[in-house]
Design a protein around this ligand. Structure first.
Ligand code: FES
Length: 113
């Protein structure tokens, strides 16, 4: 999705999220998990596992993936894909850091100027 098709909203600062952990924000009825890696990379994924809807924000983060707390599927934080023999896709969102501030990119509703 092009940058200008997104509405960027400030959702907090890096220090709000523990390293190798996640915090959630809600938007339009969806819960979005904001993950922080050990290297302070940030990722945004819908907080619903593709297997049976487990809350991936409560999973264990290692490198650039999270292990789902329910049945342990591993989800790639960058593209939302299930890893290994598992198949599935978690919705991802654009996210960026401006120094310590975190901005989440949400798709603009069609027709919004
Ligand atoms: S609910 Fe996530 S692996 Fe089953």
């Amino acid at each position: 999705m092009r940058q200008d098709d997104l509405l960027w909203i400030a959702i907090g600062s890096l220090s709000d999220i523990p390293q190798r952990g996640a915090r959630c924000v809600e938007h339009s009825g969806k819960v979005i998990a904001i993950f922080r890696s050990f290297e302070d990379e940030i990722f945004a994924l819908e907080d619903i596992c593709t297997n049976c809807d487990g809350p991936i924000s409560q999973g264990i983060v290692s490198d650039r993936s999270v292990s789902c707390p329910i049945c342990n599927w591993e989800i790639d934080l960058k593209n939302g894909q299930a890893l290994g023999a598992d198949v599935g896709q978690v919705q991802t969102y654009a996210i960026q850091r401006q120094e310590q501030d975190i901005l989440l990119g949400l798709p603009l509703a069609r027709g919004v100027a």
